[in-house]
Design a protein around this ligand. Structure first.
Ligand SMILES: [Zn+2]
Length: 115
């Protein structure tokens, strides 16, 4: 069952063509910590940007391995663009998916601060 998410103002919307995850990642790096992300990763072919391509602004830091994209109106980062050994991925900020109960997820803690 696919699930959908959006930025806060609703300009940026997306759909992930996969079942909602029961597990997700929380990372303590300087970026994830500030934004409070709860993340899951999906292959790019399961991700569809439904609206708001012209609203997205890129944010890059460190090795520029991940392209963080946030809505220029409301500032929300609903997802990011990255790569893995399996290919191009999308990191989904599950806090931007209303259908997902964050409190019910099994959270895997990533020590990104030490990377
Ligand atoms: Zn927005």
């Amino acid at each position: 069952m696919a699930y959908s998410g959006s930025c806060h103002c609703g300009a940026v919307t997306f759909t992930v063509d996969a079942d909602p995850p029961s597990e997700a990642m929380s990372c303590n790096c300087s970026h994830c910590g500030r934004k409070g992300f709860i993340l899951t990763f999906v292959p790019v072919d399961q991700f569809r940007l439904d609206s708001g391509a012209d609203q997205l602004t890129d944010y890059l830091f460190y090795k520029h391995a991940i392209t963080h994209q946030f809505c220029k109106t409301c500032g929300t980062e609903a997802f990011a663009l990255g790569k893995s050994p399996q290919g191009e991925m999308r990191a989904i900020n599950l806090r931007c998916v209303p259908a997902i109960d964050i409190e019910a997820l099994t959270i895997q803690k990533i020590d990104g601060a030490s990377f």
